[in-house]
Ligand binder design. Structure first.
Ligand code: ZN
Length: 395
């Protein structure tokens, strides 16, 4: 779309910048967009003229959601495993290998179609930035093609060759770590921005995780990791040690884990350098206790919310659903949850150009079918996303 775009008649604008309260709210506001960027935010009554126009009709407008944790490159589904779990079987993470088999057997076009379908589904629910991980290929060729396909859709791509030790390496995990750090990383790195490890009992222990993440760092990738999901463990403190942008899940934390995260505070009141990304869709779908968001927030830790969209433990692409769960089940206020799903996600990706509606930011906006952001938690399950604008373009 060429020319400028004015979104006006906004009843409640969440900026996550200057304005009222922690969300930087402005009322009776308008936003002017040029060349994909926000160039002006101010009172609707004084809005400048523009080439194109979206009338928000008095509704709420927020920054597009930033989903900083998703696994979209896979084949098949695990609905039967979900049903078995709901009938009482515990979740162990072992089902990942089922998806690995299906993914290896799929064609590029089948994988690409799944990524596009899920990315489209998320966009319609207001997600304008979505991180995408590999991790269901687990061979050099399959990890590289997973990332090549992910990179067609997102610049936030993550190499997760260390998702689980594949069956053919079950008796020799050291050899698999060597493969991940060597030829697999070399093939994946051109398409990846981040490296991630599933640091958990039954997946990768702390020494293996440290070795893999260090190799990724040496190859120029940023660090994030899956930590402390299924039980207490060393993952969160490893993430802090390696200056991870984010430690994800954080369901089982010790006081020392919380203190280590809090110690990464920038010192200027802007939060912590390592973000705790909470994924309540996983606890919902595995019927597990939720992480204690309140404890993290009260300690000053920056919290993000993400979907963990994947076919095994959290097959949702809906950030509004995660916001509603965070409020109802994790004792976050609606404002904290909306911040975590927008600006918090941006922090987890070390981005300052998204998750905010301020001059210079990417023009990613969501117009709600509601007068306030509060309705995202207050009206769970209701399709409240009226319009999405991404990169300044109405979708
Ligand atoms: Zn995950």
């Amino acid at each position: 779309m060429s020319g400028s775009l004015l979104v006006d008649n906004i009843g409640e604008l969440v900026t996550n910048g200057a304005g009222e309260g922690p969300l930087g709210i402005r009322r009776k506001a308008a936003v002017l967009v040029e060349e994909g960027r926000v160039v002006w935010v101010g009172p609707s009554a004084y809005a400048p003229a523009a080439d194109h126009h979206v009338d928000a009709g008095g509704a709420a407008v927020l920054p597009g959601f930033v989903d900083s944790h998703a696994h979209l490159v896979f084949a098949g589904d695990r609905a039967a495993e979900f049903a078995a779990r709901m009938a009482g079987q515990p979740y162990t993470g072992g089902g990942i290998r089922t998806t690995v088999g299906a993914t290896r057997a799929a064609t590029d076009e089948e994988l690409r179609a799944t990524v596009r379908r899920l990315r489209g589904e998320a966009l319609r629910q207001g997600t304008t930035t979505m991180e995408i991980k590999s991790g269901y290929g687990l061979t050099v060729a399959d990890e590289a093609r997973s990332l090549r396909i992910a990179a067609e859709t997102s610049t936030e791509t993550t190499f997760l060759g260390a998702h689980v030790v594949p069956a053919e390496y079950a008796d020799r995990p050291d050899d698999y770590v060597g493969l991940v750090c060597g030829p697999m990383l070399a093939a994946a790195a051109p398409y990846a921005k981040w490296i991630d490890v599933f640091c958990e009992r039954g997946a990768f222990d702390v020494d293996h995780a440290r070795a893999i993440l260090a190799c990724g760092q040496a190859a120029g990738l940023g660090v994030r990791l899956h930590a402390n999901q299924l039980g207490p463990g060393p993952g969160v403190q490893l993430g802090v040690e390696l200056d991870a942008a984010s430690v994800d899940h954080c369901t089982h934390l010790s006081d020392a884990d919380v203190a280590a995260l809090a110690d990464t505070a920038h010192g200027d009141g802007s939060g912590t350098r390592t973000v705790a990304t909470l994924l309540p869709g996983a606890e919902f779908s595995t019927r597990s206790p939720y992480p204690d968001a309140r404890r993290l927030l009260d300690a000053g830790v920056t919290v993000a919310l993400a979907t963990d969209c994947n076919p095994g433990s959290s097959y949702t692409s809906s950030m509004p659903f995660c916001v509603a769960l965070a409020v109802r089940e994790m004792r976050m206020t609606p404002a904290e949850a909306v911040w975590a799903a927008t600006a918090g996600g941006a922090r987890a990706l070390r981005r300052d150009d998204i998750g905010v509606v301020t001059p210079g930011a990417r023009a990613d906006l969501v117009v709600l079918d509601a007068p306030s952001y509060l309705h995202l938690a207050y009206r769970p399950g209701v399709p409240l996303i009226r319009q999405v604008i991404r990169n300044g373009v109405p979708q």
